[in-house]
Design a protein around this ligand. Structure first.
Ligand code: NAD
Length: 488
């Protein structure tokens, strides 16, 4: 593996420039004392102004390139990403910590997403309506919304940016992107691919820096739309900055996802799905199962199925063969997760299972299965790591009430062989995605993705191309009437 430190720059108006702000470094979470993964200086607000001006200046030519021309650029980006897939996966594991298998999966999903939006360029892009005038056609026309601010988290450092940037570009918008501070090297790798694929100067601008740079970006009066993925508190502060000035906003935020297990479920496969969903990517997925609700008398048998699976999880360096769970992203994240587990046991939770962690330096957290009650803080607040809590419910009514008993509403899953129960759960679980006999994590990129309540914001969903078109454009209605013939 390449262990040299990468020097990163900002991308502003087509030029790679050093940040004029504060020096930073990103570290390998599995070897934090080792060689830095990347070093860079943060962008300043003056550089943000330059990026906004460059985006504005590049907008018209990019719009005139047309959907098919822009789709071609995305297709080339997909090809370049495929050519570099293994290097990208290795870099992702080094910078973010996830297992190489997870990184490879994320790179593959990002390639698919680029192809998917490239193909969307060939779909009908408007509707026609009858006119009362014989020489007239009435049709809708999609126009770019304007400069799009993109702010992204570190847990999917490639896939989430691609979800947002690919459709924003396809629909003719310039982008100013601020990625998470923990994964700047992945952001630069993606920006390099897009530039090499033919995204013109100024159409994609990348600003590396901390949260307050993101706040300045989303608050900038020149941004016509903001697409954000991250935590609920940051999302709420963005909403308060963006909505009053009338810009468009799309947000996907945290979750506290429940898995409801009925006594008629096939418990071994339910346990497989739940452990994968709770612990996969070291629990650092917004869709991870945070609460397991055992209904009726399946509790003890389910404990038996879950404990062995959690204890068998292999925690280690993401790059090592056999690793299921890498480290968590940072020392701060590790300390927060460890403190939350301690608080849960102080409040009365019982530790049912853990797995060993390496004794080398690294941001290790043992995957932890707790047994508890809904009043625990850990059952109400999102803890972004490999921790899940088993709860009891007397019957299906109680289970649904429990599952819905947080402020979140991202995903939920239910395990049962009874189709009536499954349908009722789909209707009544308050979650944007409800999975039956499947993990709470994972989604298809051609199906809409998004949460309810505090997990989201009412706006067109991410991923599916129809809702992407809806968010990244404004719609006009054109009345196209033939000019009268000149018979003089
Ligand atoms: P975060 O909210 O701390 O940061 C997200 C991004 O926002 C980063 O780029 C950060 O620098 C920036 N930021 C921080 N403060 C800001 C501010 N005041 N204004 C503008 N930008 C600001 O989240 P994180 O720790 O990077 O990611 C973890 C969170 O993201 C979890 O809550 C997780 O559930 C959520 N998440 C949600 C989804 C989803 O699709 N629902 C997907 C992935 C992650």
């Amino acid at each position: 593996m390449n262990t040299t430190t990468i020097h990163l720059r900002q991308l502003i108006g087509g030029t790679w420039a050093d940040g004029a702000g504060v020096p930073q470094r990103s570290e390998d979470p599995a070897d934090p004392a080792g060689v830095s993964v990347a070093e860079y200086s943060t962008a300043t607000e003056e550089q943000l102004e330059q990026a906004m001006a460059a985006a504005g200046a590049a907008a018209q030519d990019w719009d005139r390139r047309g959907l098919l021309g822009r789709g071609q650029v995305l297709r080339r980006a997909a090809q370049l990403m495929e050519d570099r897939a293994e290097d990208l996966a290795v870099l992702m594991t080094r910078e973010q910590g996830k297992s190489l298998a997870d990184s490879r999966g994320e790179v593959g999903a990002s390639i698919e997403t680029l192809h998917y939006h490239a193909a969307a360029a060939r779909r009908p892009d408007g509707a026609t309506y009858p006119s009362g005038h014989p020489d007239e056609v009435v049709r809708t026309v999609r126009r770019p919304v304007g400069t799009v601010a993109v702010v992204t988290p570190w847990n999917f450092p490639l896939q989430i940016p691609v979800w947002k940037i690919a459709p924003a570009l396809l629909w003719g918008n310039p982008v100013v992107w601020k990625p998470a501070s923990d994964t700047p090297a992945m952001a630069v790798a993606l920006a390099e691919i897009l530039v090499e694929a033919g995204v013109p100067d100024g159409v994609l601008n990348l600003l590396l820096g901390p949260g307050h740079l993101g706040a300045a970006l989303v608050g900038h009066p020149g941004t016509a739309a903001v697409t954000f993925t991250g935590s609920v508190p940051v999302g709420h502060s963005i909403r308060d900055a963006v909505i009053p000035r009338g810009a468009k906003l799309q947000m996907e935020l945290g979750g506290h996802n429940a898995a409801v297990v009925l006594p008629d479920a096939h418990l071994p496969s339910a346990a497989d799905a739940i452990v994968a969903a709770a612990m996969g990517s070291t629990g650092q997925k917004c869709t991870a199962t945070r609460r397991i609700i055992a209904v009726g008398d399946c509790y003890d048998e389910l404990v038996g199925e879950l404990v062995g699976r959690v204890e068998a999880l292999v925690v280690g360096r993401g790059a090592d063969a056999g690793t299921a769970l890498g480290p968590v992203v940072s020392a701060k994240a590790r300390d927060q997760i460890t403190a939350a587990v301690q608080q849960a046991t102080d409040e009365g939770a019982e530790v049912l299972a853990t797995a060993p962690v390496p004794d080398t330096p690294g941001h290790w957290v043992s995957p932890t299965l707790l047994a508890g009650t809904p009043e625990l803080t850990i059952c109400r607040e999102e803890v972004f790591g490999p921790v899940t809590t088993l709860l009891r419910a007397a019957d299906l009514d109680a289970a649904i009430e429990l599952a819905n008993g947080t402020d979140f509403g991202l995903t939920a899953s239910v395990f049962t062989r009874d189709e009536r129960v499954a349908r009722r759960c789909v209707d009544e679980l308050v979650a944007g995605l409800v999975k039956v006999n499947a993990p709470s994590t994972g989604s298809e990129l051609h199906a809409p993705f998004g949460g309810l309540r505090d997990s989201s914001f009412p706006a067109p969903r991410e991923q599916a191309s129809d809702s992407a078109a809806e968010f990244f454009t404004v719609s006009k209605t054109a009345y196209l009437r033939l000019a009268p013939e000149d018979n003089s």
